[in-house]
Every structure is written in C-alpha cells, then in structure tokens.
Design a protein around this ligand. Structure first.
Ligand SMILES: CC(C)(COP(=O)(O)OP(=O)(O)OC[C@H]1O[C@@H](n2cnc3c(N)ncnc32)[C@H](O)[C@@H]1OP(=O)(O)O)[C@@H](O)C(=O)NCCC(=O)NCCS
Length: 197
C-alpha cells in the first residue's frame, strides 16, 4: 500500500538513493557521467539536502510496504522570511522523482495530491512548477521559439513522454514558457494549478 508522508533529514539517504536511480535513466542521454555526478552532488549531497530543508523546502516521501518509491519537494515560492512564508499564496513544486521500476503505478499522482492538500492547509492558492525539455521530448525543443511563443505553446506536441502531460493529467495548465532556459533550444515549460478552484 502506498503511503505518503512528510519527511525530514532522517530520510536523506532514501531521497539520495531515489534521485540516483531516476537520474541515471531520466538524464543518461544528456548528462555525461562526470556531469551527472557533479549535478547530483550539487542538489542531493547530504549538505545540499540539509540546506534545502533548513531553508524551507518541504519533502514528502512515498513508500510501498515501507520501501521508498518516490519523493517530491516544494516550498512557498518566495521564502526569504518567515512572514513571507506565512503570507505566501503561491507554492512551487521543485522536485518529483519516482523509482523507475515503480513508475506508471499512480505514485506520482499520489505525491502530487498529497502535496496539494498540504499547500491548501497552509493557505496556499496556487502551485507552480517548471518542467524542462532538455532532450527533444516535445515540439518546443531544438527550435527558436521567438517571437511566436504562444503559437508554439498552443501547438505543443509530446514526442517522447515529456512529463508536462503527467502534470496536465493532475490538472496543471501551461502558463508560460522560458525559451533557452537550459541552453539554446532547451526551454522550460511553466505550469500552474489552483488548489482552491
Ligand atoms: C513523471 C513522473 C513523476 C510520473 O510519476 P508516475 O508515478 O510514473 O505517474 P503516475 O503513475 O502517477 O501517472 C499518472 C498519469 O500520468 C500519466 N503519465 C505519467 N508519466 C507520464 C509521462 N511522462 N508522459 C505522459 N503521461 C504520463 C500516466 O499515464 C497516468 O495517466 P492516467 O491517469 O491516464 O492513467 C515519473 O514518471 C518520474 O519520476 N519520471 C522521471 C523523472 C521526471 O521526469 N520527473 C519530473 C521532472 S519535471
């Protein structure tokens, strides 16, 4: 049975293991081993994760029969002071990764639903996220999107199971696009969902 719970520093080893498993598959085609190790260390070293948690990022972990199978992290979009955190209406989903052997079983959906409930309870109205296309997964990749950004967005096609469609299935809509966010022809697709409407 899938259980989702809020976790802290005690779950850092589980988060690191899941990140390594998913990155090895999700980013193998675009990150050479050395760069993969560098990026994983940058975002998932124990110190980096402690810093994220202490800085206000919340982590939730999905387990199946006590085995970690996925995690997500989120925070108020602006999190510089406690006051802003209290007043924040917009939250950002930073990370969501499911064990490659467990994908397609509703675990991502369960994590997103849990996170939305938590945001609602905190008084948040909106969740936003950016989902990069760095490996030609959509029709927005590999081309100059200027100046007809909205035309490209209106005609977006999912060529290789880009996760924007996973988010659409959870009710998120595309609200923008950052061309070249990760290098020429590698955009970031911006999405959002109201958790109260
Ligand atoms: C994307 C990801 C989080 C989805 O989690 P998951 O547990 O595999 O997804 P679920 O089983 O909950 O799927 C829910 C729905 O989304 C669909 N879906 C899931 N991944 C999808 C994808 N990549 N493209 C299109 N649809 C997808 C499922 O088919 C399912 O549809 P249904 O409701 O019609 O049955 C997971 O596959 C993953 O970790 N991928 C690698 C890392 C990644 O891309 N993270 C996101 C970074 S922005």
């Amino acid at each position: 049975m899938i259980i989702v719970k809020k976790v802290g520093e005690e779950s850092i080893p589980a988060i690191q293991e899941l990140a390594e498993m998913t990155w090895a598959i999700a980013y193998a085609a675009i990150l050479p081993p050395q760069q993969m190790a560098y990026m994983l260390d940058l975002f998932y070293s124990t110190t980096a994760l402690q810093k994220q948690m202490q800085g206000g990022d919340r982590f939730i972990l999905a387990t199946d029969n006590n085995e970690p199978v996925g995690f997500a992290s989120y925070s108020p979009k602006e999190c510089h002071t406690e006051l802003v955190e209290v007043l924040s209406k917009v939250y950002r989903l930073h990370k969501i990764y499911i064990d490659p052997n467990q994908q397609g079983k509703g675990i991502g959906r369960a994590l997103v639903a849990d996170l939305e409930e938590r945001v609602r309870e905190c008084g948040g109205l909106t969740i936003t996220l950016g989902t990069d296309d760095v490996s030609d997964q959509t029709s927005l990749s590999g081309i100059n999107l200027y100046p007809h950004i909205w035309e490209h967005l209106a005609n977006i096609k999912n060529l290789k199971r880009h996760p924007y469609e996973f988010y659409q299935k959870q009710g998120y809509v595309i609200v923008g696009l950052m061309p070249d966010a990760n290098g020429p022809g590698k955009p970031d697709i911006l999405m959002a969902k109201s958790v109260v409407r």
